[in-house]
Design a protein around this ligand. Structure first.
Ligand SMILES: Cc1cc2nc3c(=O)[nH]c(=O)nc-3n(C[C@H](O)[C@H](O)[C@H](O)COP(=O)(O)OP(=O)(O)OC[C@H]3O[C@@H](n4cnc5c(N)ncnc54)[C@H](O)[C@@H]3O)c2cc1C
Length: 403
């Protein structure tokens, strides 16, 4: 066993994947995984879906005994508060911990809005947040959701499933508009309204006031009474400690394609990383798939391998019985082509660039999304007609015609 110590700060999916990858790649030094939550690393996507609904039995990334079995030292409930890049050490409580390589995988926190506090005001980032919110989601209770982004919409769907009344207060013209644009945002507005959600768009929430047994949310379009409020106003990246130490940051910790910072021995992965993606350029995304893949890439980079994270961005969202899947850069497009029917809520929208698929976004069309993803990965030339024509099997577009 070597005496090297690799330190991973942040015990989310990126950190846990990095630790497991280091061992899988044969690293035989010390691995220390430090996280400030009390839990073993767990998956966050179910927190707005099955875990919130109370139907997911387990969400741990690895079973609790995995870490001991792999000789990974997992320190939970402790926060790294300082970094000294030159001395290669961090502060954890009163102790200083040295390292040979450091991975920053600290994700982010739910954005708090000034004045939006109190026991009926909820946020959703951690398992504890989800457990507290679930208590509110009962028949007869009314939940107001500030922010109709992906997270707010997922919670609205789960809350309806549990019998709660839901009002969504969205600033933009449509829910999820920032991610899918106004036209497809309208599709989601329709889905939620059919399910009984009161979707209000173009609304500016101003303040919240406690009243007996509930809250009044004040908006520019009048007051909204509710039993609880979820503030789903996005993520604040967790970079303060690293910026103070001099790790270059700009909307996240700046890393190259292989998750390396320019600070010696320091790497970053996951939601906290502003990654120089070979396909998409510099981006910081908040996608589970990216966090996991970057965790693995960062581990290999820490071992000195020449690696890059170059897989196109991928995310999904489950709302009611619907699944949205998205691949690639939705903005990098000359032309959008729709296969299927937006009106019927069953479609794939392809973004084309220079005659090739640059993005794929599908609602309840998993096979065509996967076929589109393969076309994207291969950079195979394809026409708008082929993509639009439902009689064309997209899985065969790349196969040579039989003689
Ligand atoms: C409710 C919810 C639903 C989601 N659903 C989807 C989905 O359907 N599809 C999808 O693609 N993505 C989804 N995501 C996003 C996805 O879960 C994230 O992209 C992913 O969890 C990021 O992982 P990470 O390891 O980078 O960061 P995190 O999961 O945030 O983990 C970072 C950890 O580091 C800890 N930490 C921070 N600072 C310190 C410090 N100084 N010292 C010690 N520990 C520290 C944090 O507390 C946290 O535990 C969802 C996210 C949420 C919150």
């Amino acid at each position: 066993m070597t005496s090297r110590r690799y330190l991973i700060v942040g015990a989310g999916v990126a950190g846990a994947t990095a630790a497991a990858t280091l061992r899988a790649e044969g690293f035989d030094g010390e691995i220390l995984l430090v996280g400030d939550e009390p839990d073993v690393p767990y998956e966050r996507p179910p927190l707005s879906k099955a875990w919130l609904a109370g139907t997911a039995p387990e969400i741990a990334v690895h079973p609790a005994d995995f870490y001991g079995g792999q000789s990974i030292e997992l320190l939970t409930g402790v926060r790294v508060t300082e970094l000294d890049i030159g001395a290669r050490r961090v502060r954890v409580g009163p102790s200083l911990l040295g390292y040979d390589a450091l991975l920053i995988a600290t994700g982010g926190r739910a954005r708090r809005l000034p004045g939006f506090t109190g026991e009926r005001v909820h946020h959703l980032r951690t398992r504890a947040d989800a457990d507290a919110l679930r208590e509110r989601l009962v028949p007869g209770e009314r939940l107001a959701v500030l922010g109709g982004g992906v997270l707010g919409c997922e919670v609205a769907a789960t809350a309806r499933g549990l019998g709660a009344d839901v009002v969504v207060l969205e600033m933009a013209g449509m829910p999820m508009e920032r991610v899918v644009g106004p036209e497809l945002g309208a599709v989601f507005a329709g889905i939620h309204r059919v399910a009984g959600v009161d979707v209000r768009c173009g609304v500016h929430v101003e303040s919240v006031e406690e009243i007996a047994g509930g809250l009044v949310v004040h908006t520019d379009q009048g007051p909204v009474e509710c039993g609880a409020l979820l503030v789903a106003a996005g993520l604040v990246r967790d970079t303060d400690v690293w910026e103070a130490a001099g790790v270059p940051c700009a909307d996240g910790v700046l890393v190259d394609a292989g998750c390396r910072t320019t600070a010696p021995g320091v790497f970053a992965a996951g939601d906290v990383a502003a990654h120089d993606h070979p396909r998409h350029g510099r981006t910081r995304v908040e996608h589970h798939d990216t966090a996991k893949r970057q965790g693995a890439v960062a581990a290999r980079a820490m071992l000195g391998h020449d690696v890059e994270h170059d897989v196109p961005h991928w995310f999904w969202s489950d709302q009611y019985t619907h699944t949205l899947q998205s691949c690639g850069d939705l903005a990098d497009t000359d032309e959008f082509v729709v296969r299927g029917s937006v009106a019927d809520r069953s479609f794939v929208r392809f973004g084309l660039r220079d005659g090739r698929v640059a993005s794929v976004l599908g609602l309840d069309r998993p096979r065509e999304v996967m076929a589109g993803r393969k076309l994207l990965l291969a950079g195979h030339p394809v026409t708008a007609e082929q993509l639009r024509d439902e009689s064309v099997d997209l899985r065969r577009v790349m196969r040579p015609a039989r003689a």
